[in-house]
Design a protein around this ligand. Structure first.
Ligand SMILES: [Zn+2]
Ligand SMILES: [Zn+2]
Length: 159
């Protein structure tokens, strides 16, 4: 599949990368309908994020459709969803206190080794760990509106 890949400071490219596969019963695979470029992606582009190595697939804001899922994912194949930029298990001590960013098994899509080493969503498909907590169904909402819930609005609200 095609994806946007970090090549080094001030260099990105659309390249052929391996298709993601389900790795856990709590994973979902999404066909990406829309992904966004975030100000945080520019920090990566400028080479300022340690742990983002050349070859990292970028992107953490996305809307897509579930095309495959593990048995513990409560949404049906075909469901349109928005993704949270941040992955959290929902069950560890930090998650139980609502401190999702401190999740011991969490991460951020497209942010390299320091944040879970999860390939990003500026790609034709993306693997979503802990899909029950990471995805939210959007029905027929326009993707351009729903995508704002994944980081832009929620980060501003949190701030
Ligand atoms: Zn963002
Ligand atoms: Zn957790």
């Amino acid at each position: 599949m095609k994806a946007v890949v970090y090549k080094g400071p001030f260099q990105v490219a659309v390249e052929e990368v391996p298709e993601p596969r389900l790795e856990a019963d709590t994973d979902a695979l999404l066909e990406v309908e829309l992904s966004a470029i975030c100000g945080s992606d520019l920090h990566i582009y400028h080479g300022k994020i340690a742990g983002v190595l050349p070859g990292t697939v970028l992107g953490h804001e996305f809307v897509g459709r579930i095309v495959e899922k593990g048995p513990l994912v409560p949404f049906p194949v075909g469901e349109r969803v928005v993704g949270s930029f941040q992955v959290a298990c929902g069950e560890c001590p930090a998650c139980r206190k609502g401190q999702f960013f401190a999740c011991s098994r969490g991460g951020v899509f497209g942010f390299g080794l320091a944040l879970g080493n999860l390939p990003g969503a500026q790609a034709e498909r993306v693997r979503v760990p802990f899909a029950r907590h990471t995805l939210f169904p959007i029905g027929d909402l326009p993707a351009e509106e729903a995508i704002l819930a994944g980081d832009i609005l929620t980060t501003a609200y949190g701030g």
